[in-house]
Design a protein around this ligand. Structure first.
Ligand SMILES: C[S@@+](CC[C@H](N)C(=O)[O-])C[C@H]1O[C@@H](n2cnc3c(N)ncnc32)[C@H](O)[C@@H]1O
Length: 252
C-alpha cells in the first residue's frame, strides 16, 4: 500500500515537471517568434527605404546603364543619396574619397551633372581600382573621377604605427570634401583614424568630412579622438550604417 502511494507520488511529480518543461519551452518559442516577426518587419521597412533611394538615384542622376551593386561591402543607397545631396549643396571642386566603388560612380555622376569638380578616389586594392575604372569608362565619367592606386603603407602618428593609403599622388591639392569609406575595418583597429591627421593640411576652409559606417563603435571612437584635437561640428545623417558629417566650427 505504501509502495503504491510512493509510485503515485512519483507519477504526479514527473507529470508536473513535464508540464513545467513544456511551458518553459513554449514561452521560449513564443519569444523567438516575436523576435523574428519584429526583425522581419524592421528589415522589410529598411529594405523598402533603400529601394526608394536606389530608384531616386537612378532617376535624379539620369543613369542609362546599371551601376554596381550597393549595400554590404559597398555604400548603401541612403548613404549614396546623402553624398549626392551634400555635393549638390556644397559644390566641392576637389573631393577625395577613401575607397572606390559604386560611391565613386555616384560622386562622379553628380559632379558631371553639376558641371564642375573632380573626385580622386584612393584604392589600395588593384583589382578594385581596375573594376572602378571600367565602371567609370562604361558610364562616360572618366573626366570627373580618377582612381588612384594607393597601396597601404606604414605611418607613424604620435609615435603610433598605422597602415593607411599612400597619399603621394594627392600632393598639395586643396580638398573641399573628404569621403571616408575605407580602408576596410578588418585591416587594423580604428583603420580610418589616419584620414584626418594625414590629410588635414590639405583641407580647404569649406572642408566637409563624410564618414560612412558611423554606427560602429570604432567609428565613434575615431570621431571622438579627432574632436579632442580639433573643434569640429558634427551632424548625424540618418543612414542604415550611420553617417556623420564633420566640418570646422565656424565662429558666429
Ligand atoms: C567598404 S568598401 C567601400 C567601397 C566603396 N566606397 C563603395 O561604396 O563601393 C572598402 C574596400 O573594400 C574592398 N572591397 C570592395 N568590395 C569588396 C568585397 N565584395 N569583398 C571584399 N573587399 C571588397 C575595396 O578594396 C574597397 O576599397
Amino acid at each position: 500500500m505504501e509502495n503504491l502511494d510512493y509510485i503515485q507520488y512519483l507519477i504526479i511529480v514527473s507529470l508536473f515537471l513535464s508540464v513545467l518543461y513544456l511551458i518553459i519551452k513554449l514561452r521560449k518559442i513564443h519569444l523567438y517568434l516575436y523576435d523574428i516577426k519584429s526583425s522581419f518587419f524592421r528589415e522589410l521597412s529598411l529594405t523598402f527605404d533603400q529601394t526608394q533611394c536606389l530608384h531616386a538615384l537612378y532617376l535624379d542622376l539620369n543613369f542609362e546603364k546599371s551601376f554596381p551593386k550597393t549595400r554590404l561591402w559597398a555604400g548603401s543607397p541612403d548613404f549614396l543619396m546623402t553624398l549626392k545631396e551634400l555635393i549638390e549643396e556644397n559644390k566641392p571642386m576637389i573631393i577625395v574619397e577613401c575607397s572606390s566603388g559604386v560611391s565613386t560612380i555616384i560622386i562622379a555622376k553628380t559632379l558631371k551633372i553639376l558641371g564642375c569638380g573632380h573626385v580622386y578616389s584612393l584604392e589600395h586594392n588593384l583589382d578594385y581600382k581596375v573594376k572602378t575604372d571600367e565602371q567609370l569608362h562604361r558610364h562616360d565619367l572618366c573626366d570627373w573621377a580618377t582612381v588612384i592606386h594607393a597601396p597601404l603603407k606604414d605611418y607613424f602618428i604620435e609615435d603610433e604605427a598605422w597602415l593607411w593609403y599612400d597619399i603621394d599622388e594627392i600632393g598639395t591639392r586643396q580638398i573641399d570634401m573628404l569621403v571616408i569609406d575605407g580602408p576596410p575595418a578588418t585591416i587594423n583597429k580604428l583603420a580610418r583614424f589616419p584620414a584626418y591627421p594625414l590629410l588635414s593640411n590639405n583641407f580647404s576652409a569649406e572642408i566637409k568630412i563624410i564618414l560612412d559606417d558611423a554606427n560602429r563603435v570604432g567609428e565613434q571612437e575615431i570621431v571622438k579622438s579627432w574632436r579632442e584635437k580639433t573643434s569640429l561640428d558634427v551632424e548625424s545623417k540618418f543612414c542604415e550604417k550611420g553617417c556623420i558629417v564633420l566640418s570646422p566650427v565656424t565662429s558666429a
